[in-house]
Design a binder for this molecule. Structure first.
Ligand SMILES: C[S@@+](CC[C@H](N)C(=O)[O-])C[C@H]1O[C@@H](n2cnc3c(N)ncnc32)[C@H](O)[C@@H]1O
Length: 299
């Protein structure tokens, strides 16, 4: 969250539940098999369980996943599971309350940890913690996250810090995945689980020797894997982005509200997908190229 927060989007700019369902059905018809709800923060949307029910009911969709900051997860976990969510990612970048407050502008680390415990009993097919490492901020907590992975038998993914509008990124703040891996290996054996398709590209995943947890590394900056990225994004206000770093968006909300024919919608989506960048720009250029803060894209 940028330090000054972000302006809230007027409600009528957000896709309605019907619009979300209609768009999702179009994408499933075009071949999409997995949908992830991200945000902003999906669990603050009133009726998110109903959105999940509608999406998981679309014939042809195989997986409904959700990424959350975890604050409301303890209360909502059971209903989300009943509504068809099978995979949960929780973002957690620090285990130190003061640092948590600094980076999230909120004071509820305990609620997040409760939420993680709530979903770690095996009801979900997959539970992953996403941990963005920032040099000088949380690189002293790498072993604490490894210990947490073992304590809860969950998967911790160390994600490289990426540049977005207002997030204070610099090349010095980036800790390459290889460096984190070498640090962990000074105390633990990392036993390769093979190359796993992670959506953004292949993530390397490892079992922690002698422990119950697993760790993974997503090296979006130091080892870009644009060639294997199959992700497409729709923002909460109905804009279609073919790359996390894209600065072009296709306005699907207007198409829906104008009543454009389904075939025209599909053609426009196909055209945008064919125009997807072969490779994202250089990270330093990205700092100036991205107009949306990460909170307004969804990760
Ligand atoms: C932006 S969040 C949105 C969904 C939800 N509110 C959450 O907290 O998970 C999605 C993912 O993006 C990651 N993320 C945010 N900013 C990032 C950055 N600058 N570099 C890498 N990952 C980032 C977060 O850690 C999170 O795992």
């Amino acid at each position: 969250m940028p330090a000054e927060g972000i302006p809230l989007t007027p409600k009528d700019h957000l896709l309605s539940f019907e619009e979300i369902e209609r768009l999702a059905a179009v994408f499933v018809d075009l071949g999409v098999r997995k949908i992830r709800l991200t945000g902003g923060e999906p669990l603050v949307r009133t009726g998110v369980e109903e959105v999940c029910r509608r999406l998981s009911g679309i014939a042809g969709l195989k997986t409904l996943a959700l990424s959350t900051n975890g604050v409301l997860l303890r209360q909502k976990a059971r209903e989300l599971r009943h509504a068809g969510v099978t995979q949960i990612n929780i973002s957690l970048d620090t285990l130190v309350p003061a640092k948590f407050k600094r980076i999230t502008l909120r004071d509820n680390l305990d609620s997040v940890l409760d939420g993680i415990r709530e979903v770690s009993h095996g009801e979900f097919d997959s539970v992953k913690l996403n941990c963005v490492m920032i040099r000088g901020f949380n690189d002293d907590e790498i072993f604490d996250f490894v210990d947490l992975a073992n304590a809860l038998a969950v998967h911790v993914r160390f994600i490289e810090f990426m540049p977005f509008a207002g997030n204070g990124w610099s090349m010095e703040s980036l800790i390459p995945s290889q460096e984190i891996r070498r640090i962990i290996e000074t105390r633990h054996d990392l036993l390769p689980l093979g190359i796993v398709e992670a959506g953004r590209g292949p993530a390397q995943e490892f079992r922690i020797g002698g422990g119950r947890g697993t760790v993974g590394f997503i090296a979006t900056i130091s080892e870009p894997c644009c060639h294997s990225c199959s992700r497409l994004r729709i923002t909460a206000d109905g804009k279609f982005r073919t790359c996390l770093f894209a600065h072009e968006e296709l306005d699907l909300r207007s198409s829906l509200r104008r009543g454009d024919a389904l075939e025209a919608l599909k053609l426009a989506i196909g055209g945008a997908v064919r125009g997807k960048w072969a490779q994202r720009p250089d990270p330093v250029d990205l700092l100036h190229a991205t107009d949306r803060a990460m909170v307004a894209i969804g990760g």
